[in-house]
Design a protein around this ligand. Sequence first.
Ligand code: FEO
Length: 172
Amino acid sequence: MISKKLAEAINKQINAEMWSAYLYLSMSMDTFSKGFKGIAHWFKVQFLEEQAHATIMINYLHAQNEKVMLTPIAKVRTEWDDILSTFEDTLLHEQGVTKMINNLCDIAAKDNDYASQNFLAWFVDEQVEEEQSVRDLIFQCKMANGNNAGMMMIDKELGARMYQAPAPLKQQ
Ligand code: FEO
């Protein structure tokens, strides 16, 4: 059993994860339109991952006998200046998500809800990875400094990314 406050906050987070998915799909569309098919593919994998995050939270609320109520997904930005600013925006977004996950952890801790703290620990670790991987991409873009060959190398590398279902979904 979890508190109503935490159930509502996780329900809200499900919407935030779906919004993240939509944002990354939009980034995929924008980078594709600029000719970066590999980077567009990387963002499409992000899109899949964010949907998986929402699914993990839905499964948890169901396991706790809570009803999930879906709400509209707000519109997202559709255009970025260049690849570097797209990744910089991605980092800002993930830092915001980290704060939201930390807020869920705060509620679970105040509730002395050990099951939810265990559940949320996966997301805490995931956010460290998310922020680190996009920070690396920003570094690579800055090193390429707009050089076409450098950007094409990044595009090729990111085009090879494979989607893997996150561990909490694999365990089911
Ligand atoms: Fe669901 Fe990118 O955090």
